[in-house]
Design a protein around this ligand. Structure first.
Ligand code: NAD
Length: 443
C-alpha cells in the first residue's frame, strides 16, 4: 500500500519503518528539516533498539523516503497516518494546534477519497472535528478519519509495534476500517486480536489505558509512603497483593514516579475530558498529585540526610531518561532531582547511557557530565539513582567505596536489595523500604 506518515517522532518514525518493512511504500513527512535531512542519511534522531537497522533497510530497499513537503505526502497516500505531538496546554487539555495546522496545510492537496489514521493521542470526538476541518479547509474530496491509538512503549517501541498485544481500530466507516486492518495483519500473525470499534471508543481507550497504568504506579507509590511511615517493607506488601491473580505485579513498582511524554500529559488530558463532560474526576487528579509528590521523594530523603543547604556537597546522578532503553527525558524525574540539588546549592555529576546530550541542552555548564557510571561517583557525597538501566544492577561496589567521599545511596528505583546494601556497608535510602542510616548494624 502507499502510506504517508506525518510526524516522524517516536511514534511516526517507528510506524514508518515498520510499515516499510512489511512491503509498503512509505513517505514520512516532518516540518523539522534538520530531522528529515538526518533521516535521509540513515541517521535516527532518537535512540530506540532495532530502529536504525529498519531505517537502513527501508532506505536501501527504496520503500522508505523522507520529506518536509506535506503536499507530496498527501499526493502519495492511500492511507495517511498522523503522528504529531500533542503536548499539554496550561489547563491540562492536549494542544492540538500542530495537528490542526497540518490538517489545514494538507487539505487543499486532497483530490480523492483519503483515509486518515490518527496515531496521536487525542480526546474523544477529535476525529469528527478533524473531518469537518479537512472539509472547511479546502479538501475537495471526503476524508475518512480513523482512530488507531498507539500502545508502543519507548525502549521497546519497534518490538511493541511489530508484536502488539492488540490493535485497536476506531472507525465509523467499514471500508476505511478494513484498509487499516489489512495493514496490521502482518503484525498479528501470533493471533493477537484486532478490535474494530467506534472511532470515539478508540479515542477513549488510549486515555483510559494510560490513566489506569499511571494509577497503578501512583497507587503503589502511595502504599510505599505508608510503608515508610509505618516501618513496613513494601516488597513484602507487593508480594502479598501481586500474587492475587486479579491484581498481578505489572506496574506495581514503587519509585520516583512516572515521567515521559505520555503518562503525565494523558492523565491530565483524561481529567480534563471528564470535567468537560461534567464527570467529577478527582480520582484521576489524585494520580497526578501523588506523582508530582513522588517525583520529589529523593529530594525529601536528601534533605533529611544532608539538610536543606547542600553547598559543598557533590551528588552523582545515575539515569536521566524517564525510563531505561530510551534517550527521552521529557518529564523525567531525574530533572526534578538535578534541579532540586542545584537549587539547594549542591553540585551534580550526571551519567546516563543515552540521554546526556539532551540533559546537557537543558542544564548546560550548571552540572558535570560523566562518561562512565563510575566516573560520576568521583568525590561524590551521595549517589541518586533515577532510572533503572540494567548496567546499574550488578555494579562493582568496590569502585563506589574507592571513588565516593561517603558511601550514601538514594535509590529511586529500588535497584538493590536492602540486605546487599547492609552487607556492603552503605547508607541506603530507597522507596517504601527500611532505610539504612549511618552506623546501621552489619551482620
Ligand atoms: P514526538 O514529539 O517525538 O514527534 C512528533 C513529531 O511531529 C516531531 O518530529 C515534530 O517535528 C513533528 N511535527 C510537528 N508538527 C508537524 C507538522 N505540522 N507537520 C509534520 N510534522 C510535524 O512525539 P511522539 O512521542 O512520537 O508522540 C506523537 C503522538 O503519539 C502524541 O500524541 C503521543 O501522545 C502519542 N504517543 C506517543 C507514544 C510514545 O511513547 N512516545 C506512545 C503512544 C502514543
Amino acid at each position: 500500500m502507499r502510506i504517508t506518515v506525518v510526524g516522524t517522532g517516536y511514534v511516526g518514525l517507528v510506524t514508518g519503518v515498520c510499515l516499510a518493512d512489511t512491503g509498503n511504500q512509505v513517505v514520512c513527512c516532518d516540518i523539522d528539516a534538520g530531522k528529515v535531512a538526518r533521516l535521509r542519511e540513515g541517521q535516527s534522531p532518537i535512540f530506540e533498539p532495532g530502529l536504525s537497522d529498519l531505517l537502513a533497510s527501508g532506505l536501501t530497499s527504496g520503500r522508505l523516503r523522507f520529506t518536509t513537503d506535506l503536499g507530496e505526502g498527501v499526493r502519495h497516500a492511500q492511507v495517511l497516518f498522523i503522528a504529531i505531538g500533542t503536548p499539554p496546554r496550561a489547563d491540562g487539555a492536549p494542544d492540538l494546534s500542530a495537528i490542526e495546522g497540518a490538517v489545514r496545510e494538507m487539505a487543499p492537496h486532497i483530490q480523492s477519497r483519503l483515509t486518515v489514521v490518527m496515531k496521536s493521542t487525542v480526546p474523544v470526538g477529535t476525529g469528527g472535528r478533524l473531518e469537518a476541518l479537512f472539509a472547511s479547509s479546502g479538501a475537495s474530496s471526503n476524508v475518512r478519519m480513523v482512530s488507531n491509538p498507539e500502545f508502543l512503549k519507548e525502549g521497546t517501541a519497534v518490538d511493541d509495534f511489530q508484536r502488539p498485544d492488540r490493535v485497536v481500530i476506531g472507525a465509523n466507516d467499514a471500508e476505511a476500517a478494513e484498509l487499516v486492518r489489512e495493514l496490521h495483519l502482518p503484525f498479528v500473525r501470533n493471533q493477537k486480536p484486532i478490535f474494530v470499534v467506534k472511532r470515539e471508543a478508540a479515542e477513549l481507550i488510549k486515555y483510559a489505558a494510560n490513566a489506569y497504568l499511571a494509577m497503578r504506579v501512583s497507587y503503589i507509590n502511595h502504599v510505599a509512603s505508608v510503608c515508610e511511615a509505618a516501618g513496613v517493607d513494601v516488597d513484602e506488601v507487593i508480594r502479598g497483593i501481586g500474587s492475587d491473580h486479579r491484581i498481578g505485579y505489572q506496574f506495581l513498582y514503587p519509585g520516583v514516579g512516572y515521567g515521559g511524554s505520555c503518562f503525565p500529559k494523558d492523565v491530565l488530558a483524561f481529567q480534563h475530558t471528564g470535567e468537560e463532560y461534567g464527570v467529577p474526576s478527582e480520582m484521576i487528579a489524585a494520580v497526578h498529585t501523588v506523582n508530582q509528590r513522588q517525583q520529589r521523594r529523593l529530594l525529601d530523603f536528601i534533605e533529611k540526610r544532608f539538610g536543606r543547604d547542600l553547598k559543598g556537597k557533590r551528588f552523582a546522578v545515575w539515569g536521566c531518561s524517564f525510563k531505561p532503553r530510551t534517550d527521552d527525558i521529557r518529564e523525567a524525574p531525574a530533572l526534578q532531582v538535578i534541579g532540586g540539588i542545584l537549587e539547594r546549592g549542591g553540585a551534580v555529576h550526571a551519567y546516563d547511557p543515552k540521554a546526556l546530550p539532551h540533559v546537557e541542552r537543558l542544564f548546560g555548564a550548571k552540572i558535570g557530565y560523566a562518561t562512565s557510571m563510575y566516573d560520576a561517583l568521583d568525590q561524590a557525597d551521595a549517589l541518586a539513582i533515577c532510572t533503572e538501566w540494567s548496567e546499574f544492577r550488578s555494579p562493582d561496589f568496590d569502585q563506589f567505596r574507592a571513588r565516593m567521599s561517603q558511601p550514601v545511596i538514594f535509590d529511586g528505583r529500588n535497584v538493590y536489595q536492602v540486605e546487599t546494601m547492609r552487607r556492603q556497608g552503605f547508607e541506603y535510602f530507597s522507596i517504601g523500604r527500611p532505610p539504612l542510616r549511618p552506623g546501621a548494624p552489619r551482620p
